[in-house]
Design a protein around this ligand. Structure first.
Ligand SMILES: *Cc1c(COP(=O)(O)O)cnc(C)c1O
Length: 232
């Protein structure tokens, strides 16, 4: 299926329940470079990828001002491959990973922006922090030693269900976590918080997400068509 530019135009102009603009991240995993370039030529810059090697290859071939979002489960030994250029790592799910990102950021003489992935879905297979784990790293000031990371907010994925009420609840929970982080930032608990991004909503649930005040949606199949993993 070719890129759906009509859908793109609509998705790139959304506002959330607070009237804030919603940043669209085009999730291009498994898609060929020509699909990305078509969207780039339409003026889009924010792209999301899930696999380190695929991202590293595409980064070399896309224009230098492309903003790369990393969305997949990230192993610590692979951080070094994306650290030189990644714009936002959305899928940070452990303190160990934060430490490694900080280490690689220092090596590259930059600050790397991160979102903390929260586990809100019922599926055990999904990654992310629980609220208790999040409290632990924030309250103990453990983050303060990591001067080359900047925490911009939270990312989450709702359960894969048809129950809109449940999705609403899970997104609401993410929004509350976001507000709690903003409060901690105000209190000066950690000096590397700069909370302004709340990333939830995908092709099948973005409409609920923006009602629940998401300001970053990550859309793949609705833009590029269904993914075919067998071709990877
Ligand atoms: C693949 C993926 C998306 C996009 O999913 P679609 O349903 O195709 O829109 C968004 N976020 C994450 C973390 C993903 O892995």
């Amino acid at each position: 299926m070719p890129l759906n530019l009509h859908v793109y135009t609509q998705l790139s102009q959304l506002k959330n329940g607070n009237g804030e603009p919603v940043q669209l991240v085009a999730v291009s995993k498994t898609k060929p470079l020509e699909d990305l370039l078509e969207l780039y030529d339409a003026g889009h810059r924010d792209f999301g990828e899930n696999y380190v090697q695929e991202l590293a290859e595409k980064q070399q071939q896309m224009p230098a001002d492309t903003k790369w979002h990393f969305l997949g489960h990230l192993q610590t030994n692979k951080v070094k491959h994306i650290a030189p250029f990644v714009y936002l790592i959305q899928s940070v799910d452990s303190f160990k990973l934060l430490q490694e990102i900080n280490k690689q950021a220092i090596k590259n003489n930059r600050v790397i922006n991160c979102l903390l992935q929260m586990h809100v879905a019922q599926e055990e297979t999904k990654f992310g922090f629980s609220v208790n784990e999040l409290n632990e790293i924030l309250q103990l000031g453990k983050l303060n030693s990591l001067q080359n990371i900047c925490i911009k907010g939270v990312m989450g994925m709702a359960s894969f269900v048809d129950d809109a009420e449940q999705i609403h609840r899970e997104f609401h929970y993410l929004y509350n976590t976001h507000l709690a982080l903003q409060m901690l930032q105000k209190q000066g608990v950690c000096n590397n918080l700069s909370i302004d991004t709340i990333s939830f909503g995908m092709s099948n649930d973005y409409k609920i997400a923006i009602k629940q005040y998401s300001n970053m949606i990550r859309i793949g199949s609705l833009l590029f068509g269904e993914r075919d993993y067998s071709k990877k």
